[in-house]
Design a protein. Sequence first.
Length: 192
Amino acid sequence: MNGSHVTTEYPSGQPSGTSDRNDSQPATTNGIDLSDLFENVPAYTPRRKLKVVTVGAGFSGLLFAHKLQHQYPEMQNMIEHKILECRTELGGTWLVNTYPGIQCDVPAHIYAFPFDPNPDWSHFYASGKEIHEYLVRTTKKWNLDRDIQFGTRLQEARWMADRGQYKLTLLRNEKEEIEYADVLVSGQGILK
C-alpha cells in the first residue's frame, strides 16, 4: 500500500485500527471512496439472506426446521428457509405407509424428536398411526410447518457454478416452476 495504512472503524467495544495517513482523506481503492461502504460494518455482514431449501417434511426435514427456528434462532437473520413437500400433509414414511401392522422397529421412547420426547407411547413399539399423530402434534406445537410448501415436488436440482446456486425445477399445481437455492438439504430420510 505504498507506505500508508488504512484506518478501520469498528462498532463500539471492538479494537480500532491504526493509521499513518491523514484521517481527513477517505479510504479509497482505485479512486473509489470506501468510507461509506465500510463504516461501522462488522467483519461479516450478509448482503442478502441465503436461500435454504429442504426436501421432505418427515422426521429429517422437521428436525432441521426445529434447529433453524429454535436451536439457532439467530439464523433467521441470515437465511430464508422453505421445505418442499410433494404431498398435502407432513409425515414422510409414517404418512405414506399405512399397511396393516406397521410399527416402529426400535423402542418408541427413543424414536422421537430430541427436543420433545414422548413418554406416553401406547406400546413399546409404537404403531405407524401413533407415530404420525406424534409428528403432526409436535409440528403444530413448535410451529415447524410455517416453512412447508405442500403440493410442491422437486423434479430436478442442478448446480449452476456460474451462479453459485442450485437451479430447482419444481412441479406445483401441475405447473413447472424454476427457483434457485444457495443450500439444498435432503430431508427425505432413509425410510422413504
